[in-house]
Design a protein around this ligand. Structure first.
Ligand code: FAD
Length: 389
């Protein structure tokens, strides 16, 4: 099986890197420890205790490519040497005022500029809450009327998205827009539909993200595609399962509405597969960016490519994984000739903490994934010991 080749998977990792990764995933596998670690780290950072060095040497360097985009270019080059592309992801999260939003826009545009003359950076990425206030997206999504001030605020948000699209077009790159909580998504969907109609006519620039743990997103995909067909534009879809399940279920319970989340992992997987089938039936008008660490889904895509007789490097088919996770999928796919990109989160240590905590919690809750990382690292350590390299 393709993903079992650990020599390829860890080709860029020294023995010391592997030891650190093993130690890290062992810690992450321990849920109570992650909870305590998260609380202590948050407290220490808030109290300005000097723990940045410790965070940096452990979780940060494993999951992030640097504190700045420039610093991340070393990782970009290394990945490029193995045929893996990169996506610079300015991962500063949290509530933002207008100045913060403009700073985030400027920083994101700067990351796009690194794509100039660098084929190893074929995508730009941003989070909706990096470009607009959460409460504003929420109000629009709930169908509430905006005050005239809020209307102007929304126009500024739209302008930021347009600037990002214009820069992407100028640089010849594609643009992935992440998905966050479902209760801000309707406003984002409407805005992205407008942008797809404008920018996705000849080539595909704008990608919305569909979280398939939501049982309503397959219908949305079909509705969007029909609309696009009628209006003469194409669509870009980043397909993921979704990262906010607990939060979604909790809110639905607290506000007494049915949860938007599928009622089992199996249902999410079936939903994900159905979306893949639909996309591959329409691959000339829907571009896919597969954002997942699920081996079965990756094999399914390889199968679809083969049965439909498509090129492995078809411009509308990209695989993506996060830096520091599932290298066995990324590197083996790239070696076999598929198009793969790693998300490279970067930013000041304290500012990327929410991202790092999500990764730790995700790896704790997705028990199978952590065990798999540990097994793969063990296998590679053994292989190196026996073969001597
Ligand atoms: C490149 C990339 C980009 C990403 N971008 C985004 C993004 O923009 N927005 C976002 O939300 N996430 C994003 N993610 C994270 C992604 O949504 C998943 O949380 C993560 O990848 C785990 O899912 P999986 O397909 O890799 O693995 P799997 O282990 O197969 O699936 C785990 C996922 O299944 C779902 N699930 C688990 N248990 C249940 C249950 N009981 N009922 C229903 N569903 C269940 C959850 O979504 C869970 O995260 C991204 C991931 C990658 C790799």
């Amino acid at each position: 099986m393709l993903f079992e080749d650990t020599q390829t998977a860890f080709v860029l990792k020294s023995d010391a890197d592997l030891d650190r990764a093993y130690f890290l995933f062992r810690l992450i596998a321990n849920a109570p420890l992650v909870r305590i670690g998260t609380t202590v780290t948050n407290f220490a950072l808030k109290s300005h205790l000097p723990i940045e060095g410790l965070v940096r040497a452990t979780v940060f360097d494993h999951f992030c490519s640097g504190t700045t985009a420039e610093e991340s270019l070393g990782v970009v080059e290394k990945l490029k040497s193995q045929g893996v592309a990169s996506i610079l992801d300015y991962s500063v999260e949290g509530d933002k005022n207008e100045i913060d939003l403009d700073t985030c826009l400027a920083k994101t545009l700067e990351t796009f500029d690194f794509s100039k003359d660098n084929l190893a950076l074929p995508f730009g990425v941003f989070k909706p809450t990096g470009m607009g206030r959460f409460g504003l997206y929420e109000k629009i999504s709930a169908g509430k009327a905006l005050t005239s001030e809020e209307q102007q605020e929304w126009e500024r948000v739209e302008k930021r998205y347009e600037q990002l699209c214009d820069r992407a077009v100028a640089l010849g790159i594609r643009l992935l827009i992440d998905a966050e909580e479902s209760w801000i998504q309707p406003a984002i969907d409407t805005l992205l539909e407008k942008l797809m109609a404008k920018y996705n006519t000849d080539s595909i620039v704008v990608y919305n993200t569909l979280q398939m743990y939501r049982h309503d997103r397959l219908d949305y995909l079909m509705v969007l595609h029909n609309k696009a067909q009628k209006q003469g534009f194409k669509i870009g879809i980043k397909l993921v399962r979704g990262a906010y399940m607990e939060k979604e279920n909790l809110r639905a319970q607290q506000h007494h509405y049915p949860t938007p989340i599928c009622n089992s992992k199996l249902q999410t997987d079936q939903n994900f597969d159905a979306a893949l089938d639909y996309i591959f039936k329409n691959i000339e008008t829907i571009a896919l960016f597969f954002g997942s660490h699920n081996e079965t889904s990756a094999y399914k895509i390889m199968q679809l490519i083969e049965t439909k007789n498509l090129d492995k490097n078809h411009p509308n088919i990209w695989f993506g994984q996060l830096y520091g996770m599932s290298d066995h999928i990324s590197f083996n796919l790239a070696k076999a000739g598929y198009q793969v990109a790693k998300y490279l989160p970067f930013g000041p240590v304290r500012d990327v903490m929410p991202y790092l905590i999500r990764r730790a919690e995700e790896n704790t809750s997705v028990v199978g994934q952590t065990t798999r990382e540990l097994d793969l690292i063990s296998k590679e350590r053994k292989r190196r010991k026996i073969s001597g390299n």
